[in-house]
Design a protein. Sequence first.
Lengths: 305, 255
Amino acid sequence: MEENHNKPKRTLRDVSHHFFSSLEENKQEKKENAVALSNSSYNVHHFNPSLKLLSIIPIRYSPFSLLLHVYFSKLFLYTPYKVYIISTNPHGDSWDYLQRNLNIPPLVDIDFSKGMRTFTLFKNVELIIASPDKLKDFFSFKNNHQRPSHLFDSESSPSLFLIDCFNTEFYIKEKIISLLDSIILLSSFNIDDFRNAYKVIKAYSSLCPDVKFSYIVDHNENADLADLTRKGFNQITARFLNISVDFIGHCEFKDLARGNNIHWGTEEKDQIFNVNIDFVEALKKENWSEELLSLYETVTSNVKL
Amino acid sequence: MKKILYSKWNRAEERDKLVVDLKDSLGEYFGSEWRILQTPIIIDIDLVDILLVNNTGRLCAVTILPEKVDSSLIGKIVSEYAALSRQLEKFKNAYAGENIDVKQKLMVRLFVPNNIVNILELLACISIPIEVYQYFFIKSHDNEGIVIERLSELVERREGEQDFSSLLKIMGENVRSEASSVSEEEAVLKEKIETKEEEPAAESVHEESVPSENETKQKHNTDNYFERTKLNEDELVAFFDLERRLAAFQTEKMQ
């Protein structure tokens, strides 16, 4: 405990800097390995094109909602996935951190009235800023199975859409939610947040019965208490909503889940989520062919993603 | 907390201070003189701890809630206050000379030492007779942010009920004056309060006009969201039960 107290408090800016620096350091090393996977010679025959829509929903107000999605996208770097982060109302705090580290313009320079704007964050990660109404129109394609070709590198790319709609009005959000495949809730470890998380699940599950709910909570050092809480929460969701919620991991920065400014946690990590590997791997590899999976394993065997 | 307050109440020197505190805090919001009535003698009311009357004849009932409050206790409190409001005439007669004005609504004040969220959730769940709870104060030394959050939810759930808007305003001002700086949550709250206050005027201006598409969407938005997220009593009880189990677990671990 003393060690933790003696550690200087770090701001989100420091954390963010570390995160992006580590990306740069590892990028070159992984580039050659990743090139095979992103090679255009791998076409539709190698896997069934899949389209996943996923959203991370902080239970409390968080100005870092967009940044959370950017952090999550890192889990899919160097995979054949094309990741699109779509934000309807980016908060200035999130944007500031991104702007400092990536080649994107200041938020004030972006004209939202002209619809969607796209920015490349990383090789396979794009950020799309869209007005809520545009976003609603944009996703109309999912119902009629027509993919917006201008957004895809090739017909064979599996795509992951991370939707940052936290600040969106509910009447828009309910349209978006109904299209989602997966919702990841993020909260601090207290009963009040669990109760609010339950409310979100209750509301959204009625909009989209097939959506899969996952939960990332603050790290709690008492494993037994964490386990008891998880079980208790799942008993309630199972009893009243007939829904099982996967607790897929924890957030390294407790204050982030609470929407506060971040102070440095107990351990220096460049990854904000400590997410269950099985969850991520399953999401990554869904609908991939055996051939592509084999290639992926070969390419990544020497690289810790 | 209740025990401490009772013990203070039973010690003359502490009681005087408590009375001053009570009077001051009531006067702070209503600008009128309040005096403590003697222990209620008319009705079987276990849960009304202190009765006060001001110079306009308004009656205020004070209840000091224990730290652990469950739905049955809240239900009992509500029914007692409802009974009290129906029997104000009896009060007027019993306290002859105290100038109790039975036409004024009964004012209720709750001292809530802890578990504020639970209590507010419960109050949101059971149907509060709003004519009784004209004003509603929460005294708390911490968790103001949570209280505001919950109160704002209550206001939104009870959209259009001006009494709760008033409550929220009072609560917001109270907290802001005590806080050293205005937090973001409070700023959001302030915005909500201002919006709420503007709504009746806006409605009167456009009384005969057809609501715009945006207004309709927003109304639908609010209705839909709060309807969908409202917890029923069984769900609330399940969460209270979980909370109790977690608290018991932690206590056991500490021992």
